[in-house]
Each structure stands twice: as C-alpha cells, then as structure tokens.
Design a binder for this molecule. Sequence first.
Ligand SMILES: [Zn+2]
Length: 101
Amino acid sequence: MKEMDEIRLKKIIDSAKRKLAELKSEEFSEDTKKEAWLSANGRCESCGKKLVLGNHNEGEPGAWEAHHIVPKSDGGLSDLQNCQVLCLDCHKKTDSYGMHD
Ligand SMILES: [Zn+2]
C-alpha cells in the first residue's frame, strides 16, 4: 500500500510542477487580448494606427500584439491591467521586445 501512495504522490507533484511551468510562461488569454483591443478602440495605444482584432502576424493589415507593460521578468502579470495594445512596429520599439514578451 505504501508504494501505491508514493506513486500517487509523485504523480501529484509532477502535475503541480507542470502547472507551475504553465503559469510562469503564461501569455495573455484570448479574452484579455480582446478586452484590451476593445478598450483601445481597436487602435495602437502608441501611434493610434487602426488594428484588426484577429491579425497578429507580420504582413497582415492592422496586425498587433499584446504588450506586457511590466515585463514578466519583472513580475508583470498577464492580466488586462498589464496589457497594452501595440501595432507590430511600436511593439518592436519597446525595451522588453524579444524577451518572450
Ligand atoms: Zn503603433
């Protein structure tokens, strides 16, 4: 019976470790990005360029990204308060760009 308990415990620990890794690498959820986009009136919060909600890739018209105002490396969370809507050009100009931001 004791061995069974150890196996079960190990499984619980493994799944907790996975969950922790998920939380640390957490990106803005689709809902958060949509809310941020809506509150920015669908425009870049830096240059005011009109953005398209579903476009996030280079080359697409009105493509944009959700920017962490406080970088995750400084403890910034992936919530609406820390989410800034930026066109790709403005996002590239941020200090934390490229740091998995
Ligand atoms: Zn911009």
